[in-house]
Design a protein around this ligand. Sequence first.
Ligand code: PEP
Ligand code: MG
Length: 841
Amino acid sequence: QDNENLGFTRIRRVAPIAVNTHGGRAKCLQRLIRLDLPVPETIALSFDAVHRLAEGQTFDKHALLRVFGDAPLLSVRPSSEDPDWGGPGAILNIGMNDARHAELTKTHGPEAADALYLRFVQSYAVHVERLDPEVFEFDASMSVSDALKSALSAHEDETGDPFPQDPAFQLGQVLRSMARAWEGTTARLLRQAKGAPADAGLGLIVQAMSLGIGPGESGAGVMQLVDATTGAPLIKGRYKRQAQGREALSAQSNAMYLTQDVRGPSLEEEQPKLFAELVEMSKLCRQRLREEMQVEFTISGGKLSVLDAVRVPRSSRAALRIAVQLAEDGIISHEDAILRVPPRSLTELLHPQVDPNAPRDVIAKGIAASPGGAVGRIVFNSTVAQTYEARGEPCILVRRETTPEDIRGMHSSVGILTERGGVTSHAAVIARGMGVPCVVGASIRINTRERTLTLEDGRKLAEGDILTLDGSAGEALVGEAQMLPPVKDHWYLQLMEWADAIRDLGVRANADTPADAAMARDFKAEGIGLCRTEHMFFEADRLTVMREMIFASAHEDRSEAIARLLPMQRSDFIELFRIMEGLPVCIRLFDPPLHEFLPSDREGAKELAEALDLPLSDVTRRIEWLSEFNPMLGMRGVRLGITFPEIYEMQARAIFEATVEASKHGAPVVPEIMIPLVSARREVEIVKTQIDGVAAAVKNETGAAFTYRLGVMVETPRAALRAHDIAQHADFLSFGTNDLTQMAYGLSRDDAGRFMNAYVQQGVFPEDPFHTLDIEGVGELLRIGTERGRGSRPDLTVAVCGEHGGNPESIAFCRAIGLDYVSCSPFRVPVARLAAAQLVA
Ligand code: PEP
Ligand code: MG
């Protein structure tokens, strides 16, 4: 009962072919046919038909064969919805049998006939009948004719039957085996890993062969009009005589170049007319398919056929250039170009990269905390890092985790690798801010005393060994890997200009130091959305003053430390205002989690004792006294400001004095001051009264007029829920989604790295919530906070300044709930600008 109608469609100019019913290849072939390109007769089987085939449905194979006329040779190729999801390999020359072989021997010569038959017997045996591939491999010394004889008898030995001769039977078996291969577990897992839905369908394409083997100019090849690495216009590809499919691309093949090449003869020289025709066809594809395509062609007895065309596979850099070039050529719109570049790929372009195609010896995997690649010698502490830097030798700082004491070392290093931590741990945040590649939570064991690190496979590396860090992939590689330079070329700048023209969400940068601010301006941030003032004291000489302030047990001691901090803060702010001239600068009052600022070991305590001129025992006792069980929930943020008002008063004074000073030389500055870790309205009231007092005093002293804007960081769930209350005293709210995520989940941002992989792998969390905003939970707090805040104060500015501000998915949510801007580390500013533009394009 071979007469059921399976449902197949001849691909014609007008035929119901769609990507989501027949797959991308079927749709593309229809487009090629519409361009009047010489495409051989082609039939498409829908996802549904292929699925029924896999389930065992029989069908009328003769009806299918009849479409192709008398005794055709056919190919079958997969057509999934997204070409990245893979699919079974193509099978060529279906229909070859003894009779066809005899005919072809006459028309095309014995060699051609043998080669065509052999190719089919091999792939049928291996892919359809699943026989041992080794049995069907023949070395080059054997003649094609002998190989064919061996293959046919090997087939009979292995299966007990002669090679099937009926073309209808052959075709039926090929189609069914390809349909089943798609439903197999391995294929399913592979495509799901690439983002395919569980029920992704497969279409199949049956096409008449254009042989590529035989008399006259015959062969097969591919052509494209761009370089896949740079995106530069360039005719590229290969052509091989007496070949089929993509044989010309195999490494061993002695294929020809397409254009004149010193390395050997080219199609252009040998067949100028065919070459010119092919170039015209490729150009037509580019123009009308609105994409850079790789055209697969055959030449049979001097006649050109186009079998297929696929999107040119490309590097991130090439993808950007291609999109902009297509728009500049008027082929696609600016909006299309914007949509074609994945925002994340920009970070890749703006850092030097480890060449993804070069060989790599991965020795440890961790969390990709800050993108880019770096090569340097391993060092285990900051002092050694500085020595290396002084010698001009790049080094990579390897630590269990980092603390402010490591800042100097971090600055001296080209990359940072830690054993512990997650995406918002100290190392990760600082590294991103500095634009230094960083991998945290890596599978390594550090022995600080021995100055070695042990890898999972037992290998040991020591100080001075060369390491490559791939912060984009979250990998450490042994030795020096090949690198690609950063790009900020015409195409990048042009795309960003188009993006900025349509975007309606503001993008600011988180910048703590003048260097950060300069970078932020360079990346065209529209201001600073978060200046973490405690980070201004990470430099070694300043860290001590900051520590003295935190450390002070008596009021006088604290006042003395504060008095020394004031001028440092003032000059920092003047410089920030100067660099950001004309743009808003949002300064957050101190939020130093104590564990980040107290020495963590004896060495550090000794240094502090020396600096403070106190006995070591006093210092250790005081450290113990100040130590908290839960520093992230302890004496932080506004709690410090309420307990020791003189600290925030000093900062307010520094800000206002800097405002007066900077306004003398440039545009008037309107500073924004932000209070961290608020949970109650009263906290805001108290601090606001203090700051207002300082503003009045500075106006009085200087005789200058200025205004300022006061804002509150919404970082505790309570602050989000009480936003209507809090907004009464605030001009703006900025969600600190790092702490808000930590507190909404009750999940330590510094320790989450230890189990986050297991959680994500088992699907407990779809993603690391410190990375991609948890829209259902934390997002709900953002929505509530925004609504309630604006409810009591309609002109309230609302923003996000946690790490999520640079994450494209989170940005979409921020825009959807009506936020005014996002703020993220400088290197992610371009990503955010493009992601925001894509929401409008
Ligand atoms: C936050 O908590 O989201 C934030 C921006 O502040 P920090 O990361 O400094 O705690
Ligand atoms: Mg915070």
